[in-house]
Write a protein that binds this ligand. Structure first.
Ligand code: ADP
Ligand code: MG
Length: 682
């Protein structure tokens, strides 16, 4: 029988259930339940060097004791160590507590540094009255674990201690020997759980200690193995070999009012290379908003269509899918290609007809939303799947469309994202994809000027909208709310629409939000595109893909509530024509520190990659890729900013393991990604 936590002394049914809440079932799970922080009682921190949110051992002389007025009774004790001061705050003031703290005496305290009404404070610290030169008792760093209610740190520490003593020596080494330099597995875990007296606290607290980095490296290797095996698996099924288009592409380009940029041509060539192989293409095209990804997709489609295979293009929202449908119909119908439309909201006869066209192959090009994934949608001969705005779809969905290929073949996949993904993140989230970057905007674009304006000056902004629209240019007014609620957002947009309609009677206004019927939305979007409306009031539904070159002004209300990448996406709706464009970020003060930094970043840069790097720094990877993908990036230890430098080597070692030490792959996945799907390595 296998060993469980119940085999540790002191673990009964109740403790086992609490541990299960932390996903700890075995002593080995305990070993990998790593501290989230450390308590350092080994040194006294000078009060001039305190960090908010950190626990600290302090010692000082009591300056004053008083009971500040306020809703809750509390006692405040100020102490000073000659370099700084801090306030100790007690909310439960029992009889005699005040008498203990005598002005002029010396006290040693331990607690978490916070910001309170009097500046830096410790709430309910542990305290001990000492003589000023009393020596510190011998002590080392104490691990603090993530835990759950009812399970104390002391108990966890004691369980971990047993696991270290009795089970850590049996842990197998899963990395090739050249990777194990300073710490073997056992030594690394021991160091991390029970750091020695002389350990470097700062490195440990930040996860930069070599013992930690050794585990982090192993986790990154496991992730790369998972990505590589998936890639190999997908590529083990044959894909159609596509011939370069002779006719269609020339006709498409001849019908355009412009020439592809150098970057568009280069990326198209990279795609064509892939398509000519019998292995499925797995390519991610990154290009900032407005870089012209749609044309690159259309050029890729030409090759596949001319080789007599079907192409499916999928977008994350109805509006975006509709816009692609309109574009592609205009481009391809004159060339004799029938384009079909498939969306979730389409019902009855219309839906049946679309499905029929797709199934019989009459429609060679199919455009739609995630409805394309659904089981009852069958293709005659699907050769290429194009997914726009990838960050909104999960990997599972990507795999689902792959399965729509003919028996024995898998379609090529082209993924396009307008959220520039920092290189490190791309390596981890899309390590299974090849990447192309459209790093050049079409000529003639004028840069967007971004300004931030406090809500108090909203009047001036309305006047500016009026002036802009009277001069024949169009504008967007974007409404956002705190809650992620479509109906509240819609309400805000409706209110703003009513207000601005009254204020700007000489302008034609339109309204789009997520709660409108698709036909209604489409009609409004079309009217705006045809310059029949001056001002479009919208929710963030217009975030991706919408393309109206004559719109040169965008107002974003409550801009402080949105993330950087989302603001960048929204702003990308303007600056698509030749007139100078403006983006006004209306915010409510006071701004948080993070909010200030976000708005400043947007003012300073229009480069999507710069913004994405900053977003990664401010909000972490989950936010950038969308929640659906956080599972994929669910690192237990690794932090992509901190550990970026390890990635190239992790990728190399992962490949090496699969090549020369394949027997290590499964145990590594078992250790770090027990729930990830497994793909046989071939
Ligand atoms: P995105 O990469 O954000 O999807 P789009 O494909 O929507 O960008 O293109 C943005 C705009 O630029 C569209 O109006 C498109 O017609 C135009 N465009 C694309 N490529 C070029 C080009 N090479 N020269 C001029 N305009 C272009
Ligand atoms: Mg686009």
């Amino acid at each position: 029988m296998s060993i469980t936590v119940r085999d540790l002394s002191g673990v009964g049914e109740a403790a086992a259930q609490l541990l299960a809440k932390l996903h700890i079932y075995t002593p080995v799970d305990l070993l990998f339940h790593l501290p989230r922080d450390y308590e350092d009682r080994s040194r006294i921190i000078p009060m001039s060097q305190l960090f908010v949110g950190k626990t600290a051992l302090l010692q000082g002389t009591i300056q004053s004791v008083d009971f500040p007025p306020g809703k809750r009774t509390s006692m405040a004790i100020q102490i000073n160590d000659g370099m700084g001061k801090i306030t100790l705050r007690f909310y439960q003031v029992y009889k005699g507590l005040k008498e203990k703290f005598r002005v002029g005496s010396s006290v040693r305290v331990f607690g978490e540094v916070r910001v309170g009404a009097r500046g830096l404070e410790l709430y309910h610290p542990e305290y001990q009255f000492v003589s000023p030169d009393e020596p510190l008792p011998a002590s080392r760093l104490t691990a603090i674990y993530p835990t759950t209610e009812g399970l104390t740190q002391a108990k966890l520490r004691q369980f971990v201690d047993q696991a270290l003593k009795h089970y850590s020596q049996h842990l197998p080494e899963l990395l090739p020997s050249q990777c194990v330099k300073h710490y073997d597995m056992q030594a690394a875990l021991r160091y991390i759980h029970q750091p020695p007296v002389d350990a470097n606290v700062f490195d440990l607290a930040e996860g930069r200690h070599p013992a930690q980095q050794r585990l982090i490296f192993e986790e990154l290797v496991a992730h790369q193995i998972s990505l590589l095996t998936r890639r190999h698996y997908i590529q083990s099924i044959a894909a159609p070999v596509i011939q370069p288009s002779q006719q269609l592409i020339a006709e498409l380009l001849a019908g355009l009012a412009f020439k592809p940029t150098g970057a568009q041509q280069r990326v198209s060539a990279e795609i064509l290379q892939d398509l000519q192989h019998s292995k499925p293409m797995l390519r991610l095209v990154q290009g900032d908003v407005g870089a012209g990804k749609t044309l690159v997709a259309a050029m890729a489609a030409c090759h596949v269509l001319e080789s007599n295979w079907q192409v499916a293009l999928m977008a994350p929202t109805e509006i975006l899918a509709e816009q692609h449908f309109i574009n592609f119909s205009q481009w391809f119908e004159p060339l004799g290609i029938q384009v079909a439309w498939l969306s979730g909201k389409q019902k009855g006869k219309a839906r049946e007809l679309s499905e029929h066209l797709v199934k019989t192959g009459q429609a060679q090009l199919v455009i739609g939303t995630h409805a394309l994934f659904q089981a009852n949608v069958a293709f005659k001969k699907l050769g290429l799947v194009i997914i726009d705005e990838q960050h909104r779809f999960g990997v599972d969905q990507r795999l689902a469309l792959r399965e729509k290929g003919n028996a024995g073949t898998t379609p090529h996949q082209l993924v396009m994202t307008a959220t520039p993904i920092p290189r490190t993140l791309a390596m981890s989230a899309y390590g299974d994809l090849d990447t192309s970057i459209i790093d050049e905007l079409p000529p003639g674009r004028t840069p967007i000027t971004t300004v931030t304006i406090p809500f108090e000056k909203r009047e001036q902004v309305i006047a500016r909208v009026a002036a802009n629209c009277t001069e024949g240019r169009q504008a967007y007014w974007v409404c956002t709310l705190v809650e992620q609620s479509e109906s509240l957002d819609a309400q805000a947009a409706e209110d703003t629409f009513a207000e601005l309609s009254e204020r700007l009677p000489h302008l034609k206004l339109g309204l789009v939000h997520g709660r409108m019927k698709p036909e209604e939305k489409q009609a409004v979007m079309r009217a705006f595109k045809n310059n029949e409306l001056h001002l479009l009031i919208a929710t963030t539904v217009i975030e991706v893909g919408v393309d109206v070159p004559n719109a040169s002004l965008m107002i974003i209300e409550n801009a402080e509530r949105l993330g950087l990448s989302q603001l960048h996406q929204l702003r990308g709706r303007v600056g698509r024509g030749s007139t100078a464009s403006f983006c006004v970020l209306l915010y409510k003060s006071p701004l948080s520190e993070n909010g200030t930094e976000r708005l400043a970043t947007l003012r300073a840069s229009t480069d999507g990659f710069v913004i994405a790097e900053k977003d990664l720094e401010l909000r972490g990877p989950g936010e950038i890729l969308g929640t659906r993908q956080t599972g994929l990036l669910g690192f237990r230890l690794a932090n992509l900013q901190r550990d970026e430098y390890l990635l190239p080597q992790a990728q190399r070692i992962a490949a090496l393991i699969l090549k020369d030490h394949a027997e290590l792959a499964e145990p590594l996945l078992q250790r770090w990604l027990p729930e990830a799907p497994r793909y046989a390595y071939v």
